[in-house]
Design a binder for this molecule. Sequence first.
Ligand code: GLY
Ligand code: MN
Ligand code: MN
Length: 436
Amino acid sequence: MQAEYRHRREQLMLKIGNGTAIFRSAPTAVMHNDVEYNFRQDSDFFYLTGFNEPQAVAVLAPHHSEHRFVLFVQPKDLEKEVWSGYRCGVEAAKQEYGADEAYPITELDEKLPQYLEKADRIYYHLGRDRAFNDKILKHWQSLMRTYPKRGTGPIAIEDTGPVLHSMRLVKSQAELELMRKAADIAVEAHNHAMKFASPGRYEYEIQAEIEYIFRRHGAIGPAYPSIVASGRNSCILHYIENNRQMQDQDLLLIDAGCAYDYYNSDITRTFPVGGKFTPEQKILYEIVLNAQKQAIAQVQPGNPYKQIHDTAVRVLTEGLVGLGILTGEIDKLIEEEKYKPYYMHRTGHWLGLDVHDVGVYQHGDDKPQILQPGQVLTVEPGLYIVPDAKLAEEQPQTDPRWVGIGIRIEDDVLVTPTGHEVLTAGVPKEVHEVER
Ligand code: GLY
Ligand code: MN
Ligand code: MN
């Protein structure tokens, strides 16, 4: 993997020319009182270094004569390591992580200026940490003060996002291997959950089975809080209480994926707990399934990203009109977003080191993002006939027989040179497959 991280840094350095890029690790593990919770490395930092410790800074200075890649890290401290775990330390940061130079993080202020004074720009993301922003801005200010004497120095700060995130958007073979692993583990978990669920069981029992399978296969854990939503809970998009006892005639919506080596999967299936759909559930399910299949069919290199959502919206709107839940002319209903009370979210997102991964969906109003091989995205249309009183106001004429049914179907899809590959195809979704 070190060769891969080096390659990424080289690619980024090509793009920043005479600039210097600064990346900060995630600060420390989240603390609640004095109990430390899991540390999760910053995704940009991890993508470029593979270095998995807090309190670190990576500097890329392609114009520097000797030190193009510099790491500032926590120094070895055997006493602290007894409490908080192994630290790589300064020396090993060079040997194991390929840094041309490494320093203790305490020397950041002293050593950083030499990597900035010849740069024409600082690449740095200002959005994360105010105290650290101040530090960088102070360095910048003092370099600007001495700029007239030297005639060199960074004249602007540019966000690292546009350059780095367009790289992260297209996955390498090594990344795809990890994403396939994350997908396979979640596929197994969903298949097991589908067999395990039955009337009388509690939602949390299903959650436990799923997360057990994640961890047993070496996943770090759930990619996001697992959603196990039965009956009317399926209409709550981010339902995570997972404490209801399931009944016959319920649908169960499970939205769960895992993080494997920081790469994520994200799968949703909806199926009848008792083994058979009611007629209403089946009708709505088939509309969502059709929308999902047609949307997935749009995942082709060269297609605008937006076409996936537009396709899903059209199929769902036609379905709602077919049932009399919406009335009117399809194009007009779509234009006026009349489907929104029943379908209030987007049809998917990029997937990778982050569940809602980085990368733009649209380059301004008139330039679409065009799909290209190596991108991974979710396709997740749904319909939610919400029982909640307020939302019910927005769904006024809905026949009560539909109310309380929530359905979502979500797969992870890779754009390939010739079309697409559904990485999570191993979880069934046809009506006859999810019925028993
Ligand atoms: N479970 C998060 C999502 O589907 O986007
Ligand atoms: Mn998703
Ligand atoms: Mn999901």
